[in-house]
Design a protein around this ligand. Structure first.
Ligand SMILES: Cc1cc2nc3c(=O)[nH]c(=O)nc-3n(C[C@H](O)[C@H](O)[C@H](O)COP(=O)(O)OP(=O)(O)OC[C@H]3O[C@@H](n4cnc5c(N)ncnc54)[C@H](O)[C@@H]3O)c2cc1C
Length: 363
């Protein structure tokens, strides 16, 4: 049987493509088989790089997220140098306003610095003008969090992969049956290793505990980008507002356990508008330019599944849930290191067997 590539990646979302590109940069021949670029969650996301604002508990997920955030500046610079495309990476910090002052506003986190409460006046100091809703009493400022324009980033990864010589076949739907006997390859295409990166659809191919969690978003457009009312992300309760430098303002997101049910709903969109305008009343006057939805690949413990499957030829890279944009550079590094027999210390925490040994499959 003729070998089609050293590695075949199944799924061309941000995770599959980032891994494919990293492997190609390290000299391997890589083929990506994917159904579609269009349905990838990278087109739906908000692009926040927010391990602090998300208040992820100390542990493997926080370590993975902060490691990935530390890679972002160099990774996006490398992508821009390879393609000439801007990724919209912006170390803009994130404000997390609150309507009620917590009883103990200062919090210590063992693996992170102290979280410091700021008065409303101090928070407003981070904004171009006082654009916070009148009910905001104070909040937190996370200066190391930021954002990337996930759609621009995804395009730049596609272009970089193409320039580097990653081969991509779109319109290919790999089935569970296709993975039954890897000695015969996938769809007759043989490689030394196969990587499963099919996001929210992973359970259709293998019995991994990854389920879709739907998110709806809307976007406004500020007519003159210099009048952007925010220069930082606002991260509220069940709402975030992400201003892009080009004047677009992304507002998200719902979190719904409704399977792969498509479309925006009146309730979903109304809730986003209500919460966004309460947090930042200035938004009320801007035109709505888009509304959309996507599917986060959720695992029971919110950590991705990375590493070997039961078949050593098949490697898993799925279940990045609400942090897949943030985790793309770390995932690419970690999976590439695994293929080069240098397992990263964080890999063992992401092994799929945690759900079997720890009996979390039932949760
Ligand atoms: C509403 C929303 C907001 C988000 N906001 C953020 C955020 O602010 N910050 C952040 O870090 N993350 C965010 N995320 C999460 C992030 O977008 C995802 O975790 C990440 O994009 C998942 O990437 P993936 O490549 O694993 O999966 P996907 O992007 O879903 O890609 C999977 C790919 O596999 C292909 N595929 C599926 N089945 C098959 C098959 N059988 N055969 C062949 N190909 C197949 C699909 O066509 C698709 O291209 C958000 C997600 C959503 C939905």
């Amino acid at each position: 049987m003729t070998k089609a590539a050293d590695v075949i990646v199944i799924g061309g979302g941000i995770i599959g493509l980032s891994i494919a590109l990293e492997l190609r940069w390290r000299g391997l021949q890589v083929l990506v088989l994917t159904q579609d670029y269009q349905n990838a969650a990278a087109n739906a996301a908000a692009g926040m790089l927010a391990p602090q604002a998300e208040e992820i508990a100390p542990g493997a997920l926080l370590d993975l997220c902060t490691y990935s955030r530390s890679l972002y500046a160099d990774w996006t610079t490398k992508l821009t140098m390879a393609t000439g495309l801007d990724t919209g990476y912006w170390e803009c910090g994130i404000l997390a306003p609150r309507y009620v002052r917590p009883a103990f506003p200062e919090r210590n986190r063992p693996s992170d610095s102290q979280i410091t409460w700021h008065s409303r006046k101090e928070l407003v100091g981070h904004l171009p003008t006082d654009n916070l809703g009148m009910e905001v009493v104070g909040g937190y400022w996370f200066d190391t969090d930021g954002q990337v324009d996930n759609r621009a980033l995804y395009k730049s990864i596609q272009a970089a992969a193409e320039f580097a010589g990653v081969r991509v076949q779109t319109g290919v739907v790999v089935t569970a049956q296709d993975l039954q006997d890897l000695s015969q390859g996938v769809n007759g295409l043989v490689a030394d290793r196969y990587i499963l990166a099919t996001g929210a659809w992973s359970q259709e191919l293998l019995p991994v505990p990854v389920v879709p969690r739907k998110g709806q978003l809307i976007a406004l457009q500020v007519p003159h980008e210099e009048d952007l009312p925010l220069n930082t992300v606002l991260f509220g309760t069940e709402i975030y507002i992400v201003p892009r430098r080009d004047g677009r303002i992304v507002i998200g997101a719902t979190s719904e356990d409704v399977g792969f049910s498509t479309g925006n709903t009146a309730e979903g969109v109304q809730g986003l508008f209500d919460r966004a305008i309460r947090l930042c009343p200035a938004l009320a006057k801007y035109p709505v330019v888009e509304q959309w939805w996507g599917f986060r690949p959720a695992t029971p413990d919110e950590l991705p599944i990375l590493g070997h499957s039961a078949d050593p030829r098949l490697i898993l890279a799925t279940g990045h849930y609400r942090n897949g944009i943030l985790l793309a550079p770390a995932t690419a590094q970690i999976i590439a290191d695994l293929l080069f027999d240098r397992p990263h210390p964080l890999l063992s925490d992401c092994d799929y067997r945690r759900f079997i040994d720890g009996n979390k499959l039932s949760s």
